[in-house]
Design a protein around this ligand. Structure first.
Ligand code: NAD
Length: 478
């Protein structure tokens, strides 16, 4: 492994990548190990001046990078992907350590990111002739925007970073990436890898919290913000980006519903439904968060879910065989404690709660809550953790209405062997993506994004790539 890229101890401290150079911070934030709750290293907390210098480096690199041909850029991004692949196991260990997820899931997070990277390298946005006559020729071109600011959440730090870096670069932009302050390390390491294989300033990685994030969203040279995080922060970013009309892609929170129809087989679908919720310790934007189940199969499905839950191994991500690690941070874990307490006080029944390792880590037990009132927190708010609300219904029209009765609109699913009927119901869910007999399912060729308060724009697919460009019309009088 390249020791300049990955460090495992406090000294020397982690460095940012600005203009291809490793840059130490002038101040630092602690990074906690979610397994123990103990600080294990610290990362730079970029100041406004450091954020500005990353933006300036990206702006300086933009003319040469955007001047390369589309194919030349794609080739260099592929080389970046190959360099990431070489470091996969080191990056995965880092991701496991800072994020808490099982090592094998960290490996697959990076693998999934690379599948997206490859797919973006294979996409093109060629010029189009919109009109050609004897007197006139009108062409449509996709132009890069300039400097992109990418701000990511702590649930999938590397996947989210790669989702943003690859299309931004292929389309001809340069980028400044800022991961969440609680998971900065793997993304900082990604910046060091980028510096080895890409021209200086094309990819800059800073770490820090709200101050550097806000600066990115306000700086005049940042032409676009691509953001993954909470709806609350998304709204603030929109406001901060508005004075300069920055382009925005916002991938925000979700409160996805799943509807299980009366003809579904509880035992056959229980494992898929379980993992639709509990993957990544329930910290997934498009996890299944509210499960509406026809009353005729409510009890058997609750039993089948509890049986699956009972067989799941929870523990430190580095331990072989562990399927669910701790939650990523203390604040989120505490929010789960409050959500469950308030929902139970409002009438929800705990039908299953697992065990967790003792100690000061951020573990939270797998929890199945039945019959929570519709106005209780586990139903109303985004439950970003290992707690599933299971709710009975008698009439499918009532289930659809309750599923749609939320400010969010990220994903939704319907479960039934009658695929045609399930599909017709799925089409009535107010969500950017709807699934039948699965939840969620992502593909690099398929756009993903939320409606309502779940976001703006899409990531993935040609539509996602287009969001890193602007259209220019060239209209020539012959
Ligand atoms: P968050 O909004 O608290 O933070 C996300 C990022 O925004 C961090 O990097 C943070 O430092 C930065 N930030 C905070 N305030 C900012 C500001 N005022 N200006 C600019 N940047 C700022 O979200 P989180 O708690 O890290 O992530 C969890 C949330 O992310 C959940 O709501 C989840 O649903 C959502 N999420 C959405 C998707 C999606 O694709 N829709 C994917 C993953 C996570």
């Amino acid at each position: 492994m390249n020791s300049a890229v990955l460090k495992s101890s406090l000294e020397p401290a982690w460095e940012m990548t600005i203009g291809g150079q490793a840059v130490a911070g002038s101040r630092y934030i602690p990074v906690f190990d979610p397994v123990t709750g103990v600080v294990f290293t610290e990362a730079p907390d970029a100041t406004v001046a450091e954020t500005d210098s990353a933006i300036e480096a990206a702006a300086a690199a933009f003319p040469a990078w955007s001047g390369l041909s589309w194919d030349a850029r794609a080739e260099k991004v592929r080389a970046f992907g190959a360099a990431i692949r070489e470091e996969n196991s080191n990056l995965a260990r880092l991701l496991c350590r800072e994020q808490g997820k099982p090592l094998e899931k960290a490996v697959s997070e990076i693998g999934a990111g690379l599948v997206y990277l490859e797919a973006f390298c294979g996409m093109r946005l060629d010029p189009e002739i919109l009109k050609e006559t004897e007197k006139q020729r009108i062409e449509q071109h996709h132009r890069p925007l300039g400097v992109v600011g990418a701000i990511t959440a702590w649930n999938y730090p590397l996947l989210l970073a790669i989702w943003k870096i690859a299309p931004a670069l292929v389309a001809g932009n340069t980028i400044v990436v800022k991961p969440a302050p609680s998971t900065p390390l793997a993304t900082l390491a990604l910046g060091r890898i980028a510096a080895r294989v890409l021209p200086p300033g094309v990819v800059n990685v800073i770490s820090g919290g709200t101050e550097s994030g806000e600066r990115l969203t306000q700086h005049e040279k940042v032409r676009k913000i691509t953001f993954t995080g909470s709806t609350e922060t998304g709204k603030r970013i929109m406001a901060n980006a508005s004075p300069r009309m920055k382009r925005l892609t916002l991938e925000l929170g979700g409160n996805d519903a799943g509807i299980v129809l009366e003809d579904a087989d509880p035992k056959a679908i229980a494992a898929d439904i379980f993992w639709a919720k509990f993957s990544n310790c329930g910290q997934v934007c498009a996890a299944l968060k509210r499960l509406y189940v026809h009353r005729s199969i409510f009890a058997p499905l609750c039993d089948a879910l509890a049986e699956v839950a009972g067989g799941v191994k929870i523990g430190p991500g580095m331990t072989a065989g562990v399927q669910i690690g701790p939650m990523q941070n203390r604040a989120q874990r505490d929010r789960m404690v409050q959500t469950v307490a308030a929902s139970v006080a409002a009438g929800a029944r705990v039908i299953y709660q697992g065990d967790v390792p003792r100690g000061d880590g951020y573990f939270f037990p797998i929890t199945l809550l039945a019959d929570a009132p519709e106005d209780s927190p586990v139903v109303r708010s985004e439950t970003f953790g290992p707690v599933l609300a299971i709710l009975p219904f008698d009439d499918v029209e009532d289930a659809i209405a309750r599923a749609n009765d939320t400010e969010y609109g990220l994903g939704g699913s319907v479960w039934s062997p009658d695929v045609a009927r399930a599909t017709a119901i799925a089409e009535r869910l107010e969500a950017g993506s709807t699934w039948v007999n699965q939840h969620p399912s992502m593909d690099p060729q398929v756009p993903f994004g939320g409606i309502k308060s779940s976001g703006l724009g899409v990531e993935g697919g040609l539509r996602g790539l287009e969001e890193f460009t602007t259209i220019q019309i060239v209209n020539v009088k012959k």
